[in-house]
Ligand binder design. Structure first.
Ligand code: ADP
Ligand code: TZD
Ligand code: MG
Length: 604
């Protein structure tokens, strides 16, 4: 349908009064005036109105054909438009905004290359169950489909489909409302994920009668409906948990996402069961909680007899629920545990090992049903189990304290992160973004979190490049201080966004754990030729000058004292800051904690 017929089809019969107005406007000379008099709207405005109607107030994107004017008009309409230097960062920002707020984070890009740049973030959002909508402008369908070589030609919908939870395209202005409603529902209902919405250039300037346009918009009612678990499933889970001699609870980022913080804490405390937080579930209960078994992880996983997973998948991060980590005799053998899995996705159960008691529903509803079903006198777990954990925990904590107390020169991960740990304890509302290998693993194990959803990291894929996008979104969405602990390699993936941080004057302090390379900085080219090892970077790189280049504060810190001072000042001033923390280049290990997954490292 071409534009003219679309418009005439959508428009109600003109009244005589309208005809008169139209004539008058024509007489006045311009078509624009005629349109104004008739109160038409267009695709640009309907996209904006549809988003606003659904409570979307922030857009992460990067302008260009065909969405330049949309970014401008979004801002003019009072929305926050955060404009990035690379679409991948905008995409990561949108996805983590979605995780933090339970509203789909919106990323807006141009066609083909801009779309592709954001696609990694969309796929990562789907993988991590973050609700996000990637809206990309696209070229002329007729030309794209005949492959006639349009400007930035690409069949974006087809490419996005396998990487997104859902993908939609709007071809007519009157379908914008439906398109956005479907995208929102797909992103946030059930298991959240990344959704693609394709908006061809032609749709934006298409006009439609303003009233008709308004009526075409949908305010989505109950976008993420509660999913109540079946009572028998709840009873089955309670029965199994009650039979346990060595029970364990594992909290995942799905539990953090669900924002059922008080009930989750009540469940853990009422049962007295030790728990392990997955990386982004740290802080759901304070890491210093009595029942945290994090410091005894390698003891509790193989020893537990009944494990309740709440919003955590038995993927590689949990060694697939089997093998030696779980006390199995060989690398793929079941360790004998019985599993309860609380998850919104019915397909998640049995993905890796048998789930004896799946509880399917949203975590808020499931946890409150479990709490209700447990009644008031739940017996606490056997004392020998709790005592054994407490003993391991105390031993490991003491060992770690000893390591942290050392002050080697040059600084290592431990002595630097000992400072970070103090700063985060003193600022529990600050949001910690974290990526790298050693820089990630050491931070996760050393830096305690005290509040829910304060730790944002590389997630299910262990992807590098989330750093600045996550930091920017976290600061924009929450207004809180953000501290990004970055490997020097990890930082490089999104480093140019320090300009974005300065431009929006965000309270982000980037701390680069600078060990001159990927995992460590002391590798050499075995041939002796001039090219450096593929794993190392320029020695003593002055990353702090990058932040200074855009007006932020840059500090080079070579000792824990200097690092502490710089961090305290960053938090006090809330100024964009980059601290180049110089770490011993020989301090790290290959692949950090996941060396066993690295095929060549095992040969060594
Ligand atoms: P982690 O990496 O922390 O172990 P995962 O990303 O593997 O966590 O698992 C998160 C799980 O949480 C997913 O299986 C997802 O379906 C589930 N989930 C996400 N949101 C909810 C929710 N609101 N209610 C129930 N389950 C949820
Ligand atoms: N590319 C992407 C997108 N994600 C990845 N995870 C990798 C490459 C591989 N990779 C890791 O898994 S960690 C890492 C890379 C390149 C960087 C490690 O170096 P770092 O951290 O400087 O960030 P440490 O502290 O030196 O270990
Ligand atoms: Mg490094």
């Amino acid at each position: 349908m071409d534009e003219v017929s679309t418009r005439s089809a959508a428009r109600p019969a003109a009244s005589t009064a309208e005809d008169a107005l139209k004539q008058k406007a024509r007489d006045a000379g311009t078509a624009i005036e005629a349109a104004q008099q008739l109160q038409e709207t267009d695709g640009f405005h309907l996209v904006i109105d549809a988003l606003k109607l659904n409570g979307i107030d922030t857009i992460f994107g990067l302008p260009g054909i065909p969405i330049t004017d949309l970014t401008r008009k979004l801002q003019a309409a009072g929305m926050r438009v955060i404009s990035f230097r690379h679409e991948q960062s905008a995409g990561y920002a949108a996805s983590i905004a979605g995780y933090m707020t339970q509203k789909p984070g919106i990323c807006l890009t141009v066609s083909a290359p801009g779309f592709l740049n954001a696609l990694t973030a969309l796929a990562n959002a789907t993988t991590n169950c973050f609700p996000m909508i990637l809206i990309s402008g696209s070229s002329e369908r007729e030309v794209v489909d005949l492959q006639q070589g349009d400007y930035e030609e690409m069949d974006q919908l087809a490419i996005a489909k396998p990487l997104a939870k859902a993908a939609f395209r709007v071809l007519h202005v009157e379908d914008i409302g439906i398109g956005i409603a479907r995208a929102i529902r797909a992103a946030v209902s059930g298991r959240p994920g990344g959704v693609y919405l394709d908006l061809p250039a032609k749709v934006f300037p298409q006009t439609i009668d303003a009233d008709v346009g308004k009526r075409s918009l949908i305010k989505v009612v109950d976008p993420a409906p509660r999913q109540i678990p079946a009572p028998d499933a709840v009873q089955r889970a309670i029965g199994l948990l009650k039979s346990a001699m060595r029970p364990l609870i594992i909290l995942g980022k799905g539990a953090a996402y669900a924002q059922a913080d008080a009930d989750i804490r009540a469940l853990v405390e009422k049962t007295g069961i030790p728990y392990l937080p997955m990386s982004m579930a740290k802080g759901l209960l304070p890491d210093t909680h009595d029942q945290s078994a994090a410091a005894a992880r390698s003891y509790v996983l193989p020893e537990a007899d009944v494990v309740m997973l709440i919003g955590a998948r038995l993927n590689w991060l949990l060694s697939h629920g089997k093998g030696k980590t779980w006390g199995g005799k060989s690398s793929k053998a079941w360790g004998g545990q019985k599993f309860i899995q609380v998850d919104i996705s019915p397909q998640e159960a049995d993905s890796n090992v048998r789930i004896d008691a799946p509880v399917v529903g949203d975590i808020g509803s499931c946890v409150s049903a479990l709490l209700a079903g447990m009644g008031s006198n739940w017996p606490s777990p056997p004392a020998d189990w709790l005592d054994a954990i407490a003993e391991r925990r105390a031993k490991n904590v003491a060992k770690m304290a000893e390591t942290l107390a050392k002050d080697p020169a040059p600084m290592n991960f431990h002595s630097a992160l000992n400072v970070m740990r103090d700063i985060v304890r003193a600022n529990p509302d600050a949001i910690l973004v974290n990526e790298g290998a050693n820089a990630l693993d050491f931070t996760r194990s050393i830096v305690d979190m005290f509040k829910p959803r304060k730790r944002l990291d590389v997630g299910t894929w262990g992807v590098m490049g989330i750093g600045m996008g996550f930091s920017i979104a976290a600061a924009v969405v929450s207004g809180e201080q953000v501290i990004a602990v970055e490997g020097d390699s990890a930082f490089g993936f999104s480093g140019m966004e320090v300009e974005t941080i300065c431009r929006y004057n965000l309270p982000v302090c980037v701390v680069i754990m600078n060990n001159n390379g990927v995992y460590r900085g002391d590798e050499v080219n075995p041939t002796g030729a001039a090219d450096p090892s593929p794993l190392v970077f320029v020695k003593d790189a002055r990353y702090e000058k990058l932040m200074e280049a855009f007006g932020g504060a840059g500090v080079r810190a070579t000792t824990p004292v200097e690092l502490r001072e710089a961090l305290e000042e960053a938090v006090r001033s809330r100024k964009p800051t980059l601290i180049n923390a110089v770490i011993d280049e020989g301090a790290g290990t290959e692949s950090g904690r996941i060396t066993s997954l690295n095929p060549t490292a095992r040969k060594k």
